[in-house]
Design a binder for this molecule. Structure first.
Ligand SMILES: [Zn+2]
Ligand SMILES: [Zn+2]
Length: 549
């Protein structure tokens, strides 16, 4: 009997994770994170609850479809539970590896795989199939089990003019469909969009216009994983005689990995360091930065409030947000745009010019996948419930005239899907949930409420209260620090130092930053957490309160 349990990504966007078990062997497909609202204080990321995996024989393999955070962000958290290798394409593994190292889990065997290659894990045989998406080296999976073949699409769109010539393997999906597929698990992200999504190349025209008209510096913000976007920008920069600087840790790191693995080609002499930007005339520079979601401490947020070490924005400059706003981030992004506009920059985003194209297939691409694979059972994955149910509706239309119809299993996280001689069905519920991670590298694993309680019980709560004059941005009086849940030796001295430190932090920020609640709160949170860790060895929950007077 084959048992499949989605542990994340069904009924929500992000933290995609699926467990498949046959007899005593379990394998896990993807281990992603979900990013909280950037202003949700005290939380850096959200990962799936692993209780279900902890109850079973340790998984014999972790299989990754591609290198986006919502598929690999939780790898260092789940890796200690896995008793076997981590499989993925070279780029996916190269993006996952630094995360493992950061968490001190360097010894995991990482096994690179190629499209059309097959590996065996116990009763499972797994074949990797090339798909196109918004980054290189993405695969879907055909998982051969004694109960039948399961196809997992990963994230995909059908890009017929891929930047690097790695084509979507339509043939393989068609062959699998012809041979008979038990179940298809398919990406539902863009089921709400009609037609086809379009190629990664589609943004080239808009960027050509921007390169032609930009008078000063050109700053383009995108996801650090948008390697195709980087390539398009680098090629245009070379054509328009601009030097390229990658700005922001993730962007620098990923551009290096992409170059090393041959996914990003930069002509000699085109790339400069971020610290070199100021040494070139503005009209000769293109900066590719992180921060497209308005993350308070990202490069673009810093640039926007004139607090970046190397990059300044003036009124000749053009800033392009070349990414979709992840729902929930609109406010932070709007704030960054306001700061940039106040500096006089021309800010261009998706709503103004076609500077972003999605990596997920729209309705027609998803229909094509359904009719190629024509499974016995169809399970929509990757999306909120409304996307999953819309995908089910579309599937019914696709198969309306086909006999027999595939059966649709509309599952949510934790639903136990069983496939045996009686067929496929949802039978029972496994434990699932979300775990909030707050930047401590140990990656505490627990139910979120329990975790918060334990955190508060062990390390206490710290609430810095800072009053700021709304008009002038001046600090009003001495900041106060309220603590709950811990007693410290020389607590008064420590708190007095903490208050002084807070005053200094506030005084060192610009008025613009001080009057920006999101920015100043995040700054105080980070500084105060560092202060308590250093001085008391504790990691209290820090919840800044800013009073505007
Ligand atoms: Zn993706
Ligand atoms: Zn995804």
């Amino acid at each position: 009997m084959l048992e499949v349990v989605p542990l994340g990504g069904l009924g929500e966007f992000g933290m995609n994770m699926l467990a498949l078990s046959y007899a005593q062997t379990t394998i896990v497909v993807d281990a992603g994170v979900m990013f909280p609202d950037p202003e949700l204080l005290g939380v850096d990321r959200i990962i799936p609850d692993f209780a279900y995996l902890q109850q079973r024989t340790p998984p014999a393999a972790l299989i990754l479809t591609h290198g986006h955070e919502d598929h690999i962000g939780a790898v260092p958290h789940v890796a200690p539970l896995v008793d076997g290798p981590i499989y993925g394409t070279p780029l996916t593994l190269a993006l996952a590896e630094p995360k493992l190292q950061e968490h001190g889990i360097g010894s995991r065997p990482l096994v690179p795989v190629k499209p059309r290659q097959r590996i065996t894990v116990g009763p499972f045989e797994i074949e990797f199939i090339r798909v196109t998406h918004s980054m290189p080296d993405c695969v879907a999976l055909a998982i051969y089990t004694p109960a039948g073949v399961v196809v997992h699409t990963g994230d995909f769109k059908i890009d017929q003019t891929p930047i690097n010539g790695d084509y979507f393997d339509v043939h393989r999906f068609a062959e699998l469909g012809a041979a008979g597929v038990l179940a298809l698990f398919a990406d539902s992200t863009n089921i709400d969009r009609r037609g086809f999504t379009g190629s990664e190349r589609d943004v080239t025209e808009a960027f050509e216009e921007i390169f032609t008209s930009a008078a000063g510096k050109l700053i383009v913000s995108a996801f650090a994983s948008s390697i195709y976007r980087m390539q398009i920008l680098v090629d245009l920069a070379a054509r328009f005689d601009r030097k390229v600087a990658f700005v922001g840790r993730g962007m620098i790191q990923n551009s290096e990995i992409a170059q090393r693995l041959g996914h990003l080609h930069i002509p000699t002499g085109v790339q400069i360091r971020d610290s070199d930007v100021a040494n070139h005339r503005p009209q000769d520079v293109l900066c590719i930065t992180t921060g497209s979601q308005g993350e308070p401490l990202s490069a673009l947020s810093r640039i926007a409030v004139d607090n970046h070490r190397f990059v300044k924005v003036t009124d000749d400059d053009t800033v392009v947000l070349s990414a979709r706003a992840i729902p929930g981030n609109e406010k932070s992004i709007g704030r960054v745009i306001n700061h940039l506009a106040r500096r006089g920059a021309d800010v261009i985003h998706e709503g103004i010019k076609h500077v972003h194209v999605s990596g997920h297939g729209s309705e027609e691409e998803l229909k094509l996948m359904l009719s190629l694979v024509k499974p016995k059972y169809f399970v929509p994955i990757h999306g909120e419930y409304r996307q999953l149910s819309q995908h089910a509706r579309v599937a019914r239309k696709v198969f309306a005239a086909r006999d027999p119809h595939p059966e649709i299993l509309l599952a949510e996280n934790g639903d136990v899907l069983l496939f045996d001689e009686l067929g496929g069905r949802i039978a029972g519920k496994a434990p699932v949930g979300r775990v909030l991670i707050d930047g401590t590298k140990t990656g505490e694993i627990a139910d979120e409420v329990l975790r918060d309680r334990r955190h508060l019980a062990e390390d206490g709560l710290v609430v810095p209260v800072v009053a700021i004059n709304r008009q002038t941005g001046a600090l009003e009086g001495v900041p106060d620090i309220i603590t709950r849940g811990f007693v410290l030796e020389d607590g008064d001295g420590l708190l007095a130092d903490g208050m002084r430190m807070l005053s200094e932090v506030v005084e060192q920020t610009s008025v613009e930053e001080r009057t920006d609640q999101g920015l100043i709160k995040e700054k105080l949170r980070v500084e105060l957490r560092r202060f308590f860790r250093k001085r008391s060895g504790r990691r209290p929950f820090v919840l800044p309160v800013i009073m505007e007077i």
